[in-house]
Every structure is written in C-alpha cells, then in structure tokens.
Design a protein around this ligand. Structure first.
Ligand code: ADP
Length: 496
C-alpha cells in the first residue's frame, strides 16, 4: 500500500502507508484504513492502515523478540550510537522531502519544517547517538570486602504515543533516547499526522536498524493508543499530548503492569514583561512565543503580563508586530503560519474565541476565521480578560493570546503561578537580578529570559504540576529509558 502525495511546491513523493513492523510495511490485521486530510482545504490526501489492539500485539511481539536477541545489551553502545548517527544523516539527506510531507500533512510552513522541525530531529538522533556508549553506571565505595557498582540497563519494550503538532520532531524526541539506550520501540503517531513518520520508516533499514527494533503504527488514540498504555508486555510508555489523555494513560499503566510512564502534557505559560525590559525585544519574542506553530505548542506563551509603566507602548508595538504574522499557504515563501491541524482543533479554538467574547473580553486583533476554506484562524489578542474566565485559565492550543496589565511585582508571581500547569514561562527585564529572581520563583520546567521557545537537544524539557512527569532531552532523558541495577559483589570468602 502506498500513496502519492502532491505538494504545494509542484513536487510529489510516494509514501508507504502500511503499519511498519519488523522492518516491513504491512496492512492492519483487519484491513482497516483511515483518511489523512490536508488542513489547508480539508481534502483527503491518503489512506493509511489503522492499527487495532491485535496489530499492537504483533508489534510488541516483534519488539520483544528484537530486544531479547539483537538489541539492548546484545548490540554495544558504540554500534547503537553509530546507527543513531546514520539515521541523523539519512534525515538530513532527505530534508526537503520530509519537510514537504510535514507541511502537507500538518499545515506548518515549509520554510519552518525544512529549517527547524526536520534538521532538529536529526540533531536529536545525533545528540543521543553520542550518549549511547557513555551512559554508564558508577562504582560505589562501601567496605573493603565488597565491590558495588551500577549498570544503566535498557528498560525493554517502550510504547510511545506522540501528538500532531510537531509530528516528526516529537517522533525523534521519543525514538532517539530510547534507541540509544538499547530499548525497542512501538511508536504510535497521531491520527491527524502519520505521514512523515512513515517516510522515516523507509530509512530505518538503510540505517542498519535490525527488524523489530523500531515499529511505527498509525491509528487512533482510544484504540491503538489505549492498547499500548494497557499492554502487559510493554515495559514503559512515553506520551506527549493533552493533560486529559495523559491522565488516562497513567491510570491504564497503573492498572495494567505498572509500566514506567513519562508524560509531557499541556501548558498555559506566563510570559512576563517588566517595565525595564527592552520593549522591541520583548514584543518580538512575545509574538513568536504565542504564534509559533500557529499556537499549537504546549509551551506557547499564552498568558502575557506586561507591567503598567510600558503597557500602552508595548500594546501598540505588539499590534504592529502582529502584522508580520503572515497566515496562508504553507508552501508560500512569506508564510509564517499555516492552518490549524484539523477541523476538531479549528472548532475547539473558535469556541474558545467565542467564549472570550461572551465573557466580555475585548478582541484587540483577529478573533475570526481566515478565508473560507481550510482551518485558518487569524492570530488573536484578547485584552480586558477576566482572570477566572476560560480563555485566561485553559489551554487553547491555538493563536490566541490573553494580554494583561500588572502593577505589582509580588502579586504578579502569585498570578503567574496560579495555574494547574507548569510547563514553561518567560521573563523580560534588563535587570539580571530581577530576571533571575523571577525565573527561580516561577513554577515551570523551563524559564526563558529575554527570549521564548528556545529548545536544544541537550537542555531538558518537561513540566511541573499537571504539565507532566519526567524530562525529555538532555542527559536527564536517559533516565526515562534506563533501569538502574546495583550489583554488590562479595570479595571475601567467609559468610557472616
Ligand atoms: P489532541 O486532543 O490535541 O489530539 P491528544 O492528547 O488527544 O491531543 O492526542 C495525543 C496523542 O494521544 C495522539 O497520538 C492520540 O491518538 C493519543 N490518544 C488519544 N486518546 C488516547 C487514549 N485514550 N489512550 C492513548 N492514547 C490516546
């Protein structure tokens, strides 16, 4: 099974559309498929195989067999690292095609997919490939009669469930650390955006990954996703998505085999601009902080607090800056934002915009659909927002900013931290003491100072509070995928 995709830049590509298990594409056990839709016009672009619980079983068996025979400690770290590096090279050699698939399927600008998403995914494989032979344990000193040391062993078969906002990059965030540390993988893509991962699957064998080590399936959350989270032979589940679904995954993991669970969930991140900030710098990053990826980022700076002394000037400049957020065809060069990913997301965001209006907030700019085809929404700013209203408290996952004025620094921290979420935050100030003091008091896994949305493969990312459990990226991510074993060896003959 395959589909030929036609891109908005005149090019095309063929993609295999089956389930990728044991390094082979195969149809679903019951032959089912589902439609993948182009968000710029709502039209079908491909049919892909739809995994059921039965297919997840087949994929898990393949992953278990590979773990027991060809991967894990059966392949030295050095070789696992070389394979990760090879995957990075293959991704880099195919950037244009992978980025075009990503733009077509997800709606993000081709310039951003080719300049950020795909190269950043390659950088993740390279970074974790470097760790593959370096993540070793320690020798502990006890008394002279014993030798004690730890081993960082792979956990086993890892189920990974990813979202649709950065389909390719989220896949890399999940696969690269798991692979480097010796685990085998059953990854389920988001039903809205399965295509770039299927293209990646075509590169897996070329990179020298043995059959069964990386299995990639397309399918729906409540069926294939749920089958992963409750599977008795999956040792670990890693999830990125909504807090609601994260809760159900944790509960399924707990009531099945207590599989280890890491979750990267939602956010409602505060972005704070003090009177002493460089206003132009703060305006630029704040605009980027909410509008990057059309607001479809878990760390979006969706609550913007600007201090009273500069508020009016800031608001005026922000409005000007918003004129540069070009919403349009993902393949047009000038486009910054494409459509939202799906009809469902479009409807969710529009209903938040309606609720803001009903709650008496003022639309400073935007507030409507853009055009009459596809899922395009105007970048929107609300002012005069009731801090207890839905748009001020709930994650919207779209280009909707709540702009608020604050006077008092001490009160601001209370307001900024008054959220169930704690994924990210930002502070703008030219006073290093104020900036860092605020950064340390914010309840968030990442705090940006005088910038926004800066992510690096070697810097950990994850949430406080209901924004998640565990950290992805960086050295910290290695512990998501390893069990620590203590070995205690008696060096003296006599028993106690
Ligand atoms: P969204 O609502 O924005 O689509 P989700 O959190 O629902 O975000 O989706 C993220 C990922 O979680 C997707 O791969 C989706 O298929 C999966 N998913 C959704 N529901 C479940 C579930 N009940 N169990 C496991 N995975 C799920």
């Amino acid at each position: 099974m395959s589909a030929t995709l036609q891109f908005g830049n005149g090019k095309s590509a063929k993609v295999q559309t089956g389930l990728f298990i044991n390094n082979k594409f195969q149809p679903a056990a019951d032959g089912k498929t589902f439609a993948v839709v182009n968000p710029t016009n709502g039209k079908e672009i491909a049919q892909v195989s739809e995994a059921s619980a039965k297919d997840i079983d087949v994929a898990v068996k393949a992953a278990r067999e590979a773990f027991n025979t060809v991967w894990g400690y059966n392949t030295p770290g050095k070789v696992r690292g070389q394979i990760c590096m090879k995957l990075a090279e293959l991704i880099e050699a195919n950037v244009a095609e992978l980025a075009a698939i990503e733009s077509l399927d997800n709606g993000k600008a081709f310039s951003i997919a080719s300049g950020f998403d795909i190269p950043e995914a390659a950088a993740n494989f390279r970074y974790f490939g470097g760790w593959a032979d370096k993540n070793h344990g320690k020798v502990m000193e006890v008394d002279g009669s014993k030798l004690c040391y730890t081993r960082h062993e792979p956990i086993g078969v890892c189920g990974q469930i990813i979202p649709w906002n950065f389909p390719f990059l989220m896949m890399a965030w999940k696969i690269a650390p798991a692979l480097a540390t010796g685990n085998t993988i059953v990854l389920k893509t988001a039903e809205q955006t399965p295509l770039s991962a299927l293209k990646f699957a075509e590169l897996i064998e070329q990179a020298g990954v043995p059959p069964g080590v990386i299995n990639i399936v397309s399918g729906f959350g409540p069926v294939a996703g749920a089958a992963i989270s409750k599977h008795m032979d999956i040792d670990k589940v890693a999830f990125t998505g909504s807090t609601l679904v994260g809760r159900s995954i944790l509960s399924a993991a707990a009531s099945s085999n207590l599989k280890k669970t890491t979750l990267e969930l939602g956010g409602k991140s505060p972005n704070i601009v003090f009177n002493d900030a460089d206003i132009d710098q703060a305006v630029s990053w704040s605009c980027f902080g909410i509008n990057f990826n059309h607001g479809q980022t878990c760390c979006a700076g969706s609550r913007l607090y600007v201090q009273a002394g500069i508020y009016d000037q800031f608001q005026e400049k922000l409005l000007q800056k918003y004129k540069s957020v070009n919403v349009g065809d993902p393949f047009a060069e000038a486009t910054f934002s494409g459509p939202q990913v799906s009809q469902l997301q479009f409807d969710r965001i529009m209903s938040y915009i309606d609720s803001g209006k009903q709650d008496g907030a003022k639309v400073l700019t935007g507030g409507a659909r853009k055009g009459n085809e596809g899922y395009f929404i105007e970048p929107t700013i609300f002012t005069g927002v009731d801090p207890q209203s839905k748009i001020a408290r709930e994650e919207i996952f779209g280009p909707v900013l709540v702009l608020q004025k604050f006077e008092d620094e001490a009160d601001l921290l209370r307001i900024a931290n008054d959220s169930i979420y704690g994924l990210a935050a930002a502070v703008f100030s030219r006073d290093i003491t104020r900036a860092l003091d605020t950064a340390h008091k914010l309840q968030a896994g990442t705090v940006w100072v005088n910038c926004y949305n800066q992510l690096f493969p070697n810097v950990p990312f994850g949430g406080f509070k209901s924004s998640g459990i565990g950290r992805e990226l960086g050295e910290y991510a290695l512990s998501n995928y390893t069990n620590v074993k203590s070995v205690i060896c008696n060096l003296t003959a006599p028993a106690p």
